[in-house]
Design a protein around this ligand. Structure first.
Ligand code: ADP
Ligand code: MG
Length: 234
């Protein structure tokens, strides 16, 4: 009879609609490719970190993203989740479809390891291209038609020249630890790589700091990027 009550017809207490204290919610609420979601959940990742919560929906929507957040805030999954979600499965078409640039061999190996974990239930192929490895092994890795290439800029440029490697098939590129990429003097190699990428690619840049040099690089090389800055909180 229209009387206000906190009980439903069966006398149970009605649930109050709570304000969402966790906007962006869980990984489940992101509508991810099932094999990717499965790998995240089985690996124990359930709630995105603040930088993941802010940047993943933008990248999933196809935007270029510049993300700044401190070390340890979860930037690796922030860029890997949208990439695996975009590629989904191995493609027989020749040529890498995603390129992740890292400042050091150790970071490249570590990122490739996380990429393998999150794509465990897919047939995506991942190759690591870093200095210090025999060139022959890397020719072989590239000949295996990887979907995702994780590389340091120096060795990648070397391979581009030696193998006449084309980057025109790359749909998504990530500059990870971008401040360190520049500190280590990779600007010429990054420009060389950028010139070979398709203008239709999606680009993201992740960094702990955003010096003006990086902001300029992002303005020139990214398409109307969205800036996501998390200062102290994460
Ligand atoms: P960054 O690149 O920002 O320095 P990482 O991507 O290396 O940080 O992540 C730091 C740590 O946080 C790693 O051990 C990673 O496994 C963990 N991590 C990342 N995302 C999550 C998450 N959503 N839930 C729990 N742990 C996470
Ligand atoms: Mg990192």
């Amino acid at each position: 009879d229209g009387k206000l009550t906190d009980k439903d017809a069966n006398g149970h207490k009605k649930k109050k609609a709570k304000p969402n204290k966790n906007p962006g919610g869980t990984f489940q609420s992101l509508d991810l490719y099932p094999s990717l979601l499965r790998a995240l959940l089985l690996r124990g990742f359930r709630l995105p970190t603040p930088i993941q919560r802010r940047s993943i929906p933008l990248a999933l929507a196809g935007r270029d993203v510049v993300a700044m957040a401190r070390t340890g805030s979860g930037k690796t999954l922030a860029f890997l989740i949208p990439i695996v979600n975009k590629l989904k499965a191995h493609s027989e078409r020749v040529g890498a479809r995603a390129l992740i640039l890292e400042p050091t061999r150790e970071l490249a190996v570590q990122t490739a390891k996380v990429a393998k974990e999150v794509s465990k239930y897919t047939d995506l192929r991942i190759a690591v291209v870093v200095g210090g490895e025999g060139l022959e092994d890397q020719f072989e890795a590239m000949a295996g038609n990887p979907d995702i290439v994780v590389a340091t800029p120096g060795r990648l440029v070397h391979l581009i020249i030696e193998m006449s490697l084309s980057l025109s098939t790359v749909e998504a590129v990530v500059y990870d630890e971008a401040d360190r990429l520049f500190e280590l003097g990779f600007a010429p190699q990054l420009r060389e790589i950028q010139h070979r990428l398709s203008p239709n690619r999606q680009t993201s840049l992740f960094s702990a700091t955003l010096p003006s040099l990086l902001v300029e690089f992002a303005r020139a090389g990214l398409r109307d990027p969205v800036m996501v800055r998390l200062e102290a909180e994460g």
